[in-house]
Design a protein around this ligand. Structure first.
Ligand code: ATP
Ligand code: MG
Length: 631
């Protein structure tokens, strides 16, 4: 399944497009199936309806666990690193994980959970989250994981949207020095979720926990009740639901994406192995929370189906100090490190001794995901973390795509900073102009869409197929619309230029946000920024920038404004000069760390009364500050 050279990548890519069914059948047969598929693919983007490995039967946990037992049972599957560095890490082998998952699967059965039932997981980053998730998959229950930083009302709306029967949570968890009472959030949510019959609580801390008689029980008590830690894996159809997961909510109300068993397994495993190129004894660490798609696909399913060692980190990058990530890399001898631009920019801002204190020699590959990575952050990451010797894979993909779509393959694809580079085999990106016409020449810029189906794509939005059709298959009939814009260079490398919702038309020119933000970030006094448009009498729209700067670089704000515009004029052109620059203490972000430009756009356009769905907003206090100081 693994590509070993650029030449092979090119050949495989060609094969995958000319003959997708042959290509994917060849990959899929390397997994454990209970019954082979009858047909590789049935896809119709007009309905839309997509089915992969039709008629095949499997259980993804047999591929993540059982099939490693014979040869790799004693290999570490999960290394768990606690929030508090004084607490012991946990190393869980494939065999141990297999037993724990089976045992908890029996707990779920005891609770009356059956194939197809939805189970909500609202849990911290502890191995029990992985165990609960895989236990659901073992018996065919559908997990819906909600990031354990969401409020009670956000949790309740997700529980109700997918009609979950059971909620699994923990009593309390520490993030840095801050205790978070997850059970209290659940109790509040549960006042409005009539569908939930039972709650299982993992006791993560010794704090007393209020429990509701007849509804709430403790994880360990439930385990005591079961007699057997063997649980046969249930037969799943390729197209049976594996999980529901809500998008980040950067552009609007989150969508409950539905992923199915066969295609998702094949797609995430194939992309994991090829993008990261991890070897047998490597230690792979993705810093995402499992509450996001990155955690689903590239902490759990992809790595475990590959028999890799995957790290789970409970804490935050700033505790006990800003060297924590680097300390963990040194301690666990991490070889593959996969994080987000928001984290890189936050860490780049800290004194460099936090990095220099640690030996990062074990690192081989670095990754980035979630937002466009700007050039300055890319170079900082490359120079200070990778020491110029680790390829950086900038992976573009979405909750909807299930797996990585455009990315370099580590050590194989030539890199270009700010470019996600080239599509994975099986992925056909196209650029479309305003009329929906495909732009075939390069270089070019346009709306990014995908032609043809790929195995790990979401099949629908839970309970709302119409919204699925409208959001992804209506803008450009016959193609999947990503919502993002992209630029393609003469070599066929793709650069994501931002969300199409955020494109700003200034004096008739379409400007994407990423290249302008990239230019601003080049200024040494700037940490991060976000660009939006606001109505302007002459130009139609003008540019408004929200900028955070380093505290210790003293520069007069008006001087800084001039310098920023000089950088923009030089790198992009006078057309992209900013009309307004507001210095802020932080940018509004989703809980997954993405800038929410739609909120900033409303504020810049004097429409702050009407901010839309802000349930996924991480830092409302920043929004208040920005509103008060708007220019
Ligand atoms: P919502 O769909 O609810 O508005 P969201 O799009 O932020 O939220 P996700 O599925 O978590 O939800 O994020 C996918 C989006 O993240 C992509 O469409 C793209 O805009 C951005 N993205 C992810 N990876 C990259 C990357 N490597 N480079 C540029 N952008 C990226
Ligand atoms: Mg999206």
């Amino acid at each position: 399944m693994k590509i070993k050279s650029y030449r092979q990548y090119k050949e495989d890519y060609k094969q995958s497009i000319q003959n997708p069914e042959v290509f994917w059948a060849d990959i899929a047969k390397q997994f454990t199936w209970r019954k082979k598929w009858d047909k590789v693919l049935e896809a119709d983007f007009t309905k839309p309806e997509v089915k992969w490995f039709v008629g095949g039967k499997l259980n993804i946990t047999e591929n993540c666990l059982d099939r490693h037992l014979e040869k790799n049972g004693n290999k570490t599957a999960i290394i768990w690193e606690p929030n508090n560095p004084k607490e012991e890490s946990r190393h869980i082998t494939y065999k141990q994980l297999y037993h724990k998952v089976s045992a908890f699967a029996n707990v779920l059965k005891n609770k009356g959970i059956e194939k197809g039932d939805r189970v909500c997981l609202y849990m911290p980053m502890i191995p029990e989250l992985a165990i609960a998730m895989l236990a659901c998959a073992r018996i065919g229950a559908v997990h819906s994981i909600v990031f354990a930083g969401f409020s009670a009302s956000a949790l309740a709306s997700r529980i109700n949207d997918s009609n979950c029967k059971l909620l699994i949570t923990a009593n309390e968890v520490y993030r840095g020095t801050k205790p978070i009472n997850l059970k209290a959030v659940c109790d509040e949510a549960l006042e409005n979720t009539p569908c939930v019959k039972d709650v299982i609580v993992y006791r993560r801390t010794v704090e007393p926990t209020t429990m509701k008689e007849g509804r709430d029980t403790f994880w360990f008590d439930e385990l005591q009740k079961i007699k057997d830690d063997y649980c046969p894996a249930v037969d799943m159809d390729s197209e049976d639901m594996l999980f529901i997961l809500y998008t980040s909510g950067s552009t609007g109300t989150p969508k409950g994406m539905v992923h199915t068993c066969g295609g998702y397994m094949v797609g995430t495993t194939y992309t994991f192995q090829n993008v990261f190129q991890a070897k047998k004894d490597d230690v792979y660490w993705c810093t995402a929370d499992i509450g996001w798609i990155t955690g689903h696909s590239y902490i759990i399913y992809g790595p475990l189906a590959s028999g890799a060692t995957t790290v789970m980190f409970e804490g935050v990058p700033s505790y006990p100090d800003y060297g924590r990530f680097w300390e963990i890399i040194e301690k666990l001898k991490v070889t593959h490190f996969y994080t987000a631009p928001t984290a890189i920019r936050a860490l780049e801002k800290q004194p460099i001794h936090f990095v220099e204190k640690h030996n990062l020699n074990s690192l081989k590959v670095l990754g980035s995901v979630g937002e466009p990575i700007n050039e300055e952050a890319w170079h900082w990451y490359n120079d200070n973390i990778g020491k110029g010797t680790c390829p950086i894979v900038d992976t573009w993909w979405q909750t909807e795509t299930g797996g990585i779509m455009i990315s370099a393959l580590a050590g194989i694809t030539p890199l270009r900073p700010t470019f996600a580079t080239q599509p994975l085999p099986g992925v056909q990106p196209v650029l479309l102009d305003e009329n929906g016409k495909e732009i075939t020449e390069s270089p070019a810029e346009g709306s990014l869409a995908i032609k043809g189906a790929w195995p790990s794509m979401a099949r629908t939005i839970y309970g709302n197929h119409q919204r699925y059709k409208e959001t992804y298959f209506s803008a450009f009939p016959g193609k999947y619309f990503t919502g993002d814009g992209a630029y393609r260079d003469a070599m066929g490398n793709y650069r994501i230029t931002g969300r199409m919702d955020d494109v700003i038309i200034v004096s008739g020119h379409n400007l994407g946000t990423a290249p302008i933000e990239n230019a601003i970030n080049e200024h040494e006094a700037i940490v991060e920024c976000a660009i939006v448009g606001f109505p302007h009498d002459i130009k139609g729209n003008a540019l408004y920038a929200y900028v955070t700067k380093y505290n210790d670089i003293a520069t007069d704000e008006d001087v800084l404004r001039k310098e920023i515009n000089q950088v923009i004029t030089k790198t992009i052109g006078a057309i992209a000069k900013l009309d307004k620059i507001q210095f802020v203490s932080g940018l509004p972000k989703t809980r997954s760390g993405k800038i929410m430009r739609r909120i900033l756009r409303k504020i810049a356009s004097n429409d702050a009364e009407n901010l839309g769905d802000i349930s996924t907003l991480l830092n409302p206090e920043v929004v208040e500050e920005i509103k008060q100081n708007v220019l």
